[in-house]
Ligand binder design. Structure first.
Ligand code: ADP
Length: 295
């Protein structure tokens, strides 16, 4: 037996598969800690059900923060239906390098973006993930991505209280807070009550509730019509004893801006929607920085 062969046999005997696995886990844990320690505020955006505008809120919050000079990361953990790349118009920028570190896409010099959607060759490709695989992917997105120094990391979760938000919260080690997005209808509000209860169960502080699609300002007469009723989100927030962050009107211009990959906070600056949203952003910043003096 050659000494080389002998050496590797001894090595394998000393470092069996179990030790190698533990060492790899330890290394991943250190990489995660190293990434997380450089991130100021971690905000998870949740909703009780789909289609209420959660991704639009997450995206525009991240863009608004970045435009205010805050170093921001936007992480899309909606593994089955990643929409952040479309909302920002940055599809298919990334190719897996095979290396251990992943460079996020840059929307602007202050905003780094990561989504599995950025690796898709075809936007119609179905993403099939089993539960345990999802946790691994989310861990990779938090661990292997070069987020660098960030003031804020905004995480867009899929709707509901399933595997993905649980993994994110667990991986962020409780050092995060949540924004819950809802629409004013009763069904959505019942679902959002579950989101708030979920946050309580996993000890995630709730920054507040955003009531989206709340009232429609007629482009012809300027009259406000409450298509889905209004005020439900604020009533629910009061009932659940969580802060109410504000209402965003139903705005057709927001849909076309989103479809074109143009965040409304940047491209519809003079609209009542952006005005309403800016107030929400200011409240979020104040919540995150309670000792900072307002200008
Ligand atoms: P979710 O992440 O909750 O599934 P999205 O942010 O993807 O929801 O929004 C779903 C659709 O609703 C998108 O087409 C988006 O442009 C539209 N939308 C979101 N908010 C508004 C709003 N305030 N007014 C009009 N359309 C909106």
């Amino acid at each position: 037996m050659s000494s080389e062969h002998h050496g590797s046999t001894v090595g394998e005997a000393c470092w069996g598969a179990e030790e190698t696995r533990r060492l790899r886990e330890l290394k991943e844990q250190l990489d995660l800690q190293e990434n997380l320690v450089k991130i100021g505020h971690k905000i998870v955006v949740l909703s009780g059900k789909g289609g209420v505008g959660k991704s639009s809120v997450a995206t525009n919050l991240a863009v608004a923060l970045s435009l205010q000079g805050q170093k921001t990361g936007l992480l899309d953990v909606d593994l089955h239906g990643p929409s952040i790349p479309t909302l920002l118009g940055i599809e298919r920028q990334l190719t897996p390098t095979g290396g251990t570190r992943i460079e996020p896409a840059a929307y602007n010099p202050n905003l780094k973006v990561m989504s599995v959607g950025l690796f898709l060759k075809d936007q119609d490709e179905a993403m099939i993930w089993r539960g345990p695989a999802k946790h691994g992917v989310i861990k990779q997105l938090l661990t292997a991505v070069e987020w660098g120094d960030l003031d804020y990391l905004i995480v867009d979760c899929p709707p509901g209280t399933g595997d993905e938000p649980l993994s994110v919260i667990q991986l962020l080690e409780g050092a995060a807070s949540a924004i819950v997005v809802t629409t004013p209808q009763d069904v959505a509000l019942n679902d959002v009550r579950k989101s708030v209860t979920f946050c309580r169960q996993v000890k995630l502080p709730v920054i507040g509730v955003v009531e989206n699609m709340s009232g429609f300002v007629c482009p012809h007469c300027g009259e406000s019509i409450d298509i889905f009723k209004s005020g439900g989100g604020s009533n629910m927030a009061g009932e659940m004893n969580v802060p109410f962050l504000g209402r965003i009107p139903l705005d057709p211009a927001l849909v076309s801006a989103g479809d074109k990959g143009l965040p409304f906070v940047e491209h519809l600056t003079a609209s009542p929607t952006t005005e309403a949203f800016d107030k929400i952003v200011a409240t979020v910043i104040a919540w995150c920085n309670p000792t900072a003096k307002s200008a």
